[in-house]
Design a protein around this ligand. Structure first.
Ligand SMILES: C[S@@+](CC[C@H](N)C(=O)[O-])C[C@H]1O[C@@H](n2cnc3c(N)ncnc32)[C@H](O)[C@@H]1O
Length: 459
């Protein structure tokens, strides 16, 4: 078993309340907490959270964290070594330096961040799908995109640990120990970073002449741990937001909060499948205004292939598909939100290429593309308002691809035809495990978006 952070003890051997210990530490490191808020485990949606002790106005600062209190690769005790060895610590995630810092600080009795890290003694309570069995993930979450995302994560974690972390810690046994800093602990800390870390937004250059491509190539900032800010839970209709300044980070109220209400941060615009994947929870259906459903582009192609009558038609379609695969860099899904398509440019490209006549396709290849349509027009055309007005061939492709995608949700709720019906049956819902309930929230959100899309595109 991996060594866990032990609960602090006072002289008589009794345990210190980890929260009080953490709040005292906050005081010592100069973290300024408004007396209008408090951290609590009661009256919150999930374990620790922040509550308003008084009415709070928009713009009020709830707490300020000096940058020296943040835990990341430049503040950890082992920062000089991490900096010196930077080239050997590169990986696709870019998380290895922070994870090495956490492996060290989490298991070091002298760590400056001990009162902070001692708040969590078992990261598995986060209940990320990565801690479910593969069988349970595949059974409960098929069709949601989560099983594939978790399989990729687990393969990456294992590779990163064996190729980068283990050789590194084996070389520095004065600081790390492979018997303590195991793959199991590493995986748990990955889940901690997924659910608790923050990424500072890239600074805007302000130089308008800058080449756009250069801007896009900037790597994202590495993640960091932000004590106190990570005590806040998330909802899509949040009431507070973290602001970054050169000296400190500030949690600022973004809509009035009444006394007794929970203070909610935003973890970003997260669909329920992303919340479950990254944080191990979902917002109750249908309250997540950021919910989305993906349609794999292969499903649009499969539908188009069913509709291609002759051999010649099928050959043309295959050429068009080959070209699309070269054009689309991402793994290939179009995303629909509650108000319409969120990847309208990609969907527009897919529909345009797959519906071209032989002549149009030859012209397209000769010109190496087409004149781009106005972005605003595309965005309107693929919004819920615009979808019913699309041309019939495009509507048919979207409609049938949505139907095909809906079929990919296996049904684990035996005897129940519709997930929606189960959602409305409070007694049956109460009989489900918490994992089954979360899976249901994800599926219902995605399915309702796809059903709506079928309605909007029916001929
Ligand atoms: C940044 S932490 C927030 C503090 C956390 N509640 C704690 O006790 O340590 C993120 C974790 O809080 C929980 N969480 C956040 N928002 C939630 C919500 N709206 N509903 C349920 N759980 C939530 C999830 O377990 C998530 O992984």
């Amino acid at each position: 078993m991996a060594t866990k952070a032990k609960r602090p003890k006072v002289d008589d051997g009794s345990e210190v309340d980890p929260l009080q210990n953490f709040l005292q530490w906050c005081n010592r490191v100069g973290l300024d907490l408004s007396n209008k808020v408090c951290v609590s485990k009661e009256g919150t949606v999930a374990e620790y959270g922040m509550l308003a002790k008084d009415n709070i106005e928009e713009g009020e600062v709830l707490f300020t964290i000096p940058r020296s209190a943040l835990l990341h690769q430049e503040t950890t005790v082992v920062s000089a070594l991490l900096e010196k060895e930077k080239p050997c610590l590169e990986s696709s995630s870019g998380w290895v330096p922070l994870l090495l810092a956490l492996l060290y600080e989490y298991t070091s009795p002298q760590s400056h961040w001990k009162p902070y890290l001692s708040l969590w003694t078992d990261f598995k309570t986060l209940d990320h799908p990565m801690f479910w069995s593969k069988e349970e993930r595949d059974r409960l979450l098929s069709g949601t995109g989560i099983p594939e995302a978790v399989d990729t994560d687990l393969a990456n974690i294992q590779r990163e640990y064996s190729d980068v972390v283990l050789p590194f810690i084996s070389k520095h046994r004065d600081l790390w120990n492979p018997d303590t800093h195991t793959l199991e602990l590493y995986t748990q800390l990955v889940a901690f970073v997924m659910a608790y870390s923050f990424q500072e937004p890239q600074e805007e250059d302000g130089d308008e002449d800058d080449d756009e491509e250069e801007e896009e190539e900037k790597a994202p900032n590495p993640p960091m741990m932000v004590p106190m800010a990570d005590m806040l839970n998330h909802v899509s209709k949040h009431n507070a937001n973290l602001e970054f300044t050169p000296d400190s980070l500030k949690m600022v109220c973004v809509r009035p909060i009444s006394k007794g209400e929970e203070v909610f941060n935003t973890y970003g615009q997260m669909a329920n499948w992303q919340l479950l994947h990254m944080y191990g929870f979902t917002e109750p259906y249908p309250s997540n205004s950021n919910d989305t459903a993906d349609i794999p582009i292969t499903n649009i192609y499969k539908v188009a292939a069913q509709g291609a009558g002759s051999d010649l038609g099928r050959q043309l379609l295959e050429e068009q598909w080959e070209m699309l695969c070269q054009m689309m860099q991402e793994k290939g899904a179009v995303v629909f939100g509650k108000q319409g398509c969120l990847t309208d440019t990609e969907l527009h490209t897919v529909l345009k290429v797959l519906c071209m006549s032989k002549e149009e396709f030859s012209e397209f290849k000769e010109n190496e593309g087409w004149e781009e349509d106005e972005e605003d027009e595309i965005s309107l055309a693929f919004s819920n308002e615009g979808l019913p007005g699309l041309k019939a061939s495009w509507k048919w492709l979207i409609h049938e691809a949505a139907r095909l995608t809906l079929r990919s949700y296996g049904d684990w709720a035996e005897g129940v035809d519709s997930h929606q019906a189960l959602m409305e049956d409070k007694a049956a819902l109460g009989g489900l495990s918490s994992r089954q309930q979360k899976a249901l929230q994800v599926r219902c959100g995605q399915q309702s978006i796809l059903h709506r899309l079928m309605e909007l595109t029916k001929s």
